[in-house]
Design a protein around this ligand. Structure first.
Ligand code: PLP
Length: 626
């Protein structure tokens, strides 16, 4: 071993200046709000949290990363508007669905107050959350999604409390409910309309855009809506035009194209008499998860500043050309604001190693195919790696066929499989020393180690499972040591889908993560970065693994940190009650079983106590490996 070169994990490219490697090989976090301050070592944070009784897996939120996301967006809009001479304002809203956690929403509201930042609600429960927040007077609450009477009633009534709640009409039908409820309440609503743009945007969420999008009104319906607004005397209520085109828009050109079309609708609707003042361009501002800076599914070819420039300049020109006043620009950026703010940290529990260092020894009576396989090493060199690989696979398959037919016994077959892995390890070593990527490297990556990790993909990284989302993943320590292994990370669910098997490194995407040998009695921590958007509540209870511990820290600007907030992950009893078991009933049933065994003298009273307390301790314990 040891023939592996230094690895570039690509942190400089994807780290957003928030993640860095310290001289002692630990991964550190930088405080974006105190740029010169010493970074804080992540393994030290984990150690400290453990001492407080908070074990891995931990979802770690960093307050300044969240503040930074929000302020950076507002600053970028303000700066661009000043530069372009824009005569309107920017009013962002945070879409609650992107991270509904109380702590996160409260922090966004708190930090956003000074900037008139508001909230977007896509459902009744989200509106309920929004109406409980101390928003600034000029902040918006934008109501999207399908709405019933109750939703609309609450939205209209909230106007009386001074909330700027805008009901975005998603259909003509919804308008009829609004008309009826507004009349009943004798209160005028603030209305918006979601327009269906014909331009589509690329990326994973392409289907949310274009004329087959399931949301919004097309041109024909828009005209009908205008007529109905006029008929009902509600025309003066239509203040906002909305268009959301999906998340993580990869290409900034799409932002310009769609903003241009949105402006056409906007000026036309104004001409038809709608007193629009807000132009809401929805979400879509993406995060560069891979550091590629290209318009791929997990990267973007623009910065937040370029995004703002594309939006502001397009709107300014379109309005100037049409002789219209500049509207207040609204965006519903969720991912951009929260994605960077949290990371998932877990420990490696065990490994299944495919890399076999020990040379197998030939024995009398070995099958000649096994001897042939052992001989591969004698002609292995840089020019013949592919040939050696082909030979190894061929001999192994032939030997397996012999085993199935009863020619080889289990011991012989065990040695054959071991020899195969040994040969592959030598081939990999020679191959890695070669320049550039090859077809063979790709094949060899199918034989990497498995590192078994203490987390559930389904609970904590649902998008990695469901839509192949890429998050940067790296070991959090020993980065001053060359990693000697390559591994796929498996979770602790009993599901073969529970693996992280795509990794971004400095030179692009790989099927395995370079990792170090595990050492006895020493922790090996892995961090998955930028999981603040969408991951927390989309997760599920596969195998009854519950929520991980969540901790919010603030970096203190001097290389230390303080714990601001902590939410213990689900206990087993909690998770059981989610699926309708009563933990007390379970305990009673178990106790009965123990007492029966005591009666039959299979169990002593001392054992009775041990059995019952083991069961009880588990009930109140963490669902993950402790
Ligand atoms: C999900 C959603 C958003 C958030 O999009 P991001 O890409 O996360 O910024 C904004 N608006 C609406 C209507 C949404 O459904």
């Amino acid at each position: 071993m040891g023939a592996v070169q230094d690895i570039d994990y690509g942190i400089d490219a994807w780290g957003h200046d928030l993640v860095t490697v310290l001289p002692d090989g630990n991964v550190g976090l930088r405080d974006p709000l105190a740029p010169g301050s010493p970074p804080v070592a992540l393994p030290m944070i984990v150690e400290d949290l453990r001492a407080r009784g908070i074990g891995t897996p931990i979802q770690l939120r960093v307050q300044s990363f969240l503040d930074y996301g929000l302020n950076r967006l507002c600053d970028a809009f303000d700066a661009t508007m000043a530069e372009v001479g824009y005569k309107g304002a920017y009013r962002g809203v945070f879409p609650i669905k992107v991270n509904q956690q109380h702590e996160v929403v409260s922090r966004i509201v708190e930090v956003g107050r000074a900037r008139g930042y508001g909230l977007e609600a896509g459902s009744k429960p989200e509106l309920i959350v929004a109406l409980a927040q101390p928003l600034a007077e000029e902040s918006l609450i934008i109501c999207n999604g399908t709405k019933d009477d109750e939703f609309i009633r609450l939205a209209i009534l909230s106007r009386k409390l001074g909330f700027r709640t805008v009901i975005v009409l998603e259909s003509l039908n919804e308008f009829e409910i609004v008309r009826r409820v507004a009349e009943e309440l004798d209160t005028k609503p603030l209305l918006g309309v979601r327009v269906k743009l014909t331009q589509s945007v690329g990326g994973k969420w392409e289907a949310s855009s274009g004329d087959r999008s399931i949301f919004g009104l097309g041109t024909y319906e828009l005209v009908q809506l205008i007529d109905r607004l006029e008929d009902s005397g509600l025309m003066d209520c239509l203040v906002l035009q909305h268009s959301h085109l999906g998340s993580q828009v990869p290409n900034v050109i799409d932002v310009r194209r769609t903003a241009t079309e949105a402006c056409r609708f906007f000026t036309e609707l104004r001409r038809l008499g709608a007193p629009l003042t807000y132009m809401d361009l929805g979400g879509g501002l993406g995060i560069d998860y891979t550091g590629e800076k290209r318009p791929t599914e997990n990267s973007v070819n623009y910065s937040v500043e370029e995004y703002c420039f594309a939006v502001v300049e397009t709107v300014a020109h379109a309005m100037d050309d049409a002789g219209e006043a500049h509207p207040t620009i609204v965006t519903e950026s969720g991912r951009f604001v929260v994605a960077l703010s949290s990371m998932l940290i877990f420990d490696v529990l065990d490994a299944t190693l495919y890399d076999v260092p020990d040379k197998p020894v030939a024995r009398d009576g070995d099958h000649h195919l096994l001897t042939d396989m052992m001989a591969i090493e004698s002609y292995l060199d840089g020019n013949r790696v592919q040939e050696c690989f082909n030979d190894a696979v061929y001999y192994r398959d032939e030997l397996r066929a012999l085993f199935r037919r009863g020619v080889l016994d289990l011991r012989q077959m065990g040695r054959a499989e071991r020899t195969f892995l040994y040969t592959l390890s030598r081939i990999s070593e020679v191959e890695r020393a070669q320049e550039g990527a090859s077809e063979l490297r790709d094949q060899l990556e199918n034989y990497v180690d498995y590192y078994h990790c203490n987390f559930s993909m389904f609970q904590s990284l649902p998008d990695v499972w469901a839509i192949d989302q890429i998050h940067p993943v790296i070991p959090l320590q020993r980065l001053n040591e060359a990693p000697t292994r390559r591994a796929v990370l498996t979770d602790i669910t009993c599901d073969s889908d529970g693996k992280i098997k795509r990794f971004v490194l400095g030179d692009g995407m790989h099927k395995a993560l370079p990792v170090h040998d595990l050492r006895d009695g020493e922790d090996y921590l892995i961090g998955v970065f930028f999981v603040g958007a969408y991951q927390e509540t989309l997760g599920d209870l596969h195998n009854l693994f519950g929520d991980a511990n969540v901790v919010t820290i603030a970096l203190d600007g001097e290389g230390g940190f303080t714990v601001e907030h902590e939410v213990e992950g689900d206990s087993i009893a909690e998770v059981l009650s989610y699926v309708e078991y009563d933990p007390q009933d379970c305990l009673a049933a178990f106790r009965k079983r123990v007492d029966q065994a005591v009666a039959k003298r299979d169990v002593t009273s001392q054992e009775r106590r041990t059995l019952i307390s083991a069961y009880k301790d588990s009930l109140s314990g963490y669902t993950y490996f402790e």
